[in-house]
Design a protein around this ligand. Structure first.
Ligand SMILES: *[C@@H]1O[C@H](CO)[C@@H](O)[C@H](O)[C@H]1NC(C)=O
Ligand SMILES: *[C@@H]1O[C@H](CO)[C@@H](O)[C@H](O)[C@H]1NC(C)=O
Length: 137
């Protein structure tokens, strides 16, 4: 019985847990702008290897992304191909922890005609604001 208690205690105290202290969150960014996500897990002082996945594909998938050893993912120039779901995995040898999924979307400039004078069709007033770009893959 004492041995059991000791082992349980040791299990909880001696093996540091792998937990995320920073996980990616959903983002809306602009077309052709750079963007980044941090991903950070702790496990005592162990070396943690980070991987990033996009649509279940390992990153970087081309020269437009960089995955830094500290877990940061940089997309150098966001295009519509980058829209979708990302996930980070922290790996400390025998343990693996998957982050939550984060979705990247692109904001579009939307123009909408707000005033129109029929007698002077050249004079149109547009209002512009950001909305989400909707597209199909
Ligand atoms: C982190 O996890 C790995 C795998 O369980 C372990 O080998 C390592 O000792 C852990 N903690 C530290 C402080 O390195
Ligand atoms: C990780 O490293 C990159 C490149 O050096 C840096 O830009 C980024 O800020 C670092 N991430 C964190 C969370 O410090």
């Amino acid at each position: 019985m004492w041995a059991t208690i000791f082992l349980l205690g040791c299990h909880m105290v001696c093996v540091p847990a792998l937990v995320f202290v920073g996980e990616p969150e959903d983002r809306i960014t602009e077309f052709e702008k750079p963007m980044w996500w941090h991903c950070q897990a702790v496990n005592g002082t162990a070396n943690i290897e980070y991987r990033w996945e996009f649509k279940s594909q390992r990153l970087p998938r081309n020269g437009d992304q960089t995955v830094f050893p500290n877990g940061t993912l940089v997309l150098h120039r966001v295009t519509y191909d980058d829209v979708g779901t990302y996930r980070c995995t922290a790996n400390s040898g025998d343990r693996q922890l998957k982050s939550r999924e984060a979705t990247l979307q692109i904001a579009c400039m939307i123009y909408r005609l707000t005033s129109y004078v029929p007698s002077a069709p050249k004079f149109k007033i547009y209002r512009q604001w950001y909305g989400l770009c909707i597209f199909q893959s």
